[in-house]
Design a protein around this ligand. Structure first.
Ligand code: PLP
Ligand code: TYF
Length: 397
């Protein structure tokens, strides 16, 4: 039966971590996977999470099955976080939200739902993008193509290319957009560019699917919601996936959501019933722990305030590391101006280093980044930054 099964390729990013773990070099640094580490190089367990868990432990709650769409208080908190607690859309009940297994789960539920709704639609993802976008939508049965996004010569966004792709896409095309902190480039659209994208999506009757995996890592929780706010204002239907993997440092708990913005409450009720079918036939209902942690934090004012403080600290530390890296490279006599790294936002930087340079960094220095040149700035700290800068300075010399 399994004789003819072919060996599948490794995930290029998660595979790199396996290689990193096996590397005996004591100075090794993992700038590959998109994970936030604190200044001691440790994966943080946020204080707001610890406090929420203490509350939960004290309650000794039984672990029955959750509703198919997850914890009601969690879904309500997601709606408030993503669309604003006072937004007309939330108040009128026209948002359908389900708890999901991370942001990936939210994307997958959305992809399966859209496939049933419009089986012949095409999907457009950014060039480049988080590669799992392609995999998720392809395996949901869609043809996946790219829209231009990154302009390497300009070190910025190829806005003309992006708009041309949107303006020539057939009606119904699903456009996957990074709501903030673009992975892998670190370049986000400006407010004016979002206006152009929203206008094109509306004019061409495309379907926007916003992937919000890093809310709070760019400029702030509200500021990073700009794309959602603009699509909301456009009056169009759209989808949003949410992830708390990074923002609550709850990677392994798989805490995320899918929200579908509908025209009215009746539509949202019917959409929700279809999302529940997708969930039921995949994994029946979500797990309890992570969703309860997130719901407790978001719905308890002191914990919510603590989370915002801790999230801000992560965001600020990443910004400091961007500045520090640029400064150190200059200090070490690197001629090329790496100042663009401070203009990028979120966890990642497209460093502009070539594949050969990235391979040298890995093989000669144990500094692991993606061969595309992507490095995870959130893994830099005051102890490893000098070594990383020295290593980069050596390979660009
Ligand atoms: N979308 C993007 C752009 C990501 O970078 C990630 C990273 O993990 C995800 C979605 C998936 O998030 P999660 O780990 O919550 O599934
Ligand atoms: O891009 C990253 O590094 C993160 C983590 O299949 C990740 O988004 C990477 C690959 C993958 C799942 C998560």
């Amino acid at each position: 039966l399994f004789n003819a099964v072919e060996m599948a390729p490794r995930d290029p990013i998660l595979g790199l971590t396996e290689q990193f773990v096996a590397d005996p070099n004591p100075k090794k640094v993992n700038l590959g996977v998109g994970v936030y580490y604190d200044d001691n190089g440790k994966l943080p367990l946020l204080e707001c999470v610890q406090k929420a868990e203490e509350k939960m432990m004290a309650a000794h709650a039984a672990r029955g099955y959750l509703p198919i769409d997850g914890i009601a208080a969690y879904d309500a908190a997601i709606k408030a976080l993503v669309f604003g607690a006072d937004s007309e859309a939330v108040k009128s009940g026209r948002v359908a939200t389900v708890q999901a297994l991370g942001g990936t789960g939210g994307l997958k539920i959305g992809a399966d739902f859209l496939k049933k709704l419009n089986p012949t639609a095409k999907v457009l993802i950014s060039d480049p993008s988080w590669e799992n976008h392609r995999g998720i939508f392809r395996d949901a049965g869609f043809t996946v193509e790219n829209y231009p996004y990154y302009d390497a010569d300009k070190r910025g966004i190829d806005m003309d290319g992006m708009l041309t792709a949107l303006n020539t896409a057939p009606a119904g095309t699903i456009v996957v957009l990074h709501a903030c902190c673009h992975n892998p480039t670190g370049y986000d659209l400006t407010a004016a560019q979002w206006d152009q994208v929203v206008a094109a999506v509306k004019a061409r009757k495309l379907v926007a699917f916003l992937d919000m995996a890093y809310q709070g890592f760019g400029q702030g929780i509200a500021e990073d919601g700009i794309a959602v706010a603009k699509f909301l204002a456009s009056g169009e239907d759209f989808l949003v996936s949410t992830s708390f993997s990074k923002s609550l440092s709850l990677y392994g708990e798989r805490v995320g959501a899918l929200s579908v913005l509908c025209q009215n409450k009746d539509e949202a009720t019917r959409v929700l019933s279809q999302l529940k079918i997708v969930i039921r036939t995949n994994y029946s209902n979500p797990p309890t722990h992570g969703g309860q942690v997130a719901a407790t934090i978001l719905n308890t004012p002191e914990l919510r305030a603590l989370w915002e403080k801790e999230l801000a600290a992560m965001r600020v530390r990443i910004k400091e590391m961007r500045g520090a890296l640029v400064g150190k490279l200059k200090e070490k006599g690197v001629q090329r101006d790496f100042g663009f790294i401070t203009q990028q936002v979120g966890m990642f930087s497209y460093s502009g280093l070539t594949k050969e340079q990235m391979v040298r960094l890995r093989n000669e220095f144990g500094v692991y980044g993606i061969e595309s040149g992507r490095i995870c700035v959130a893994a830099l700290n005051s102890k490893n930054i000098d070594y990383v800068a020295e290593s980069i300075a050596t390979v660009v010399r």
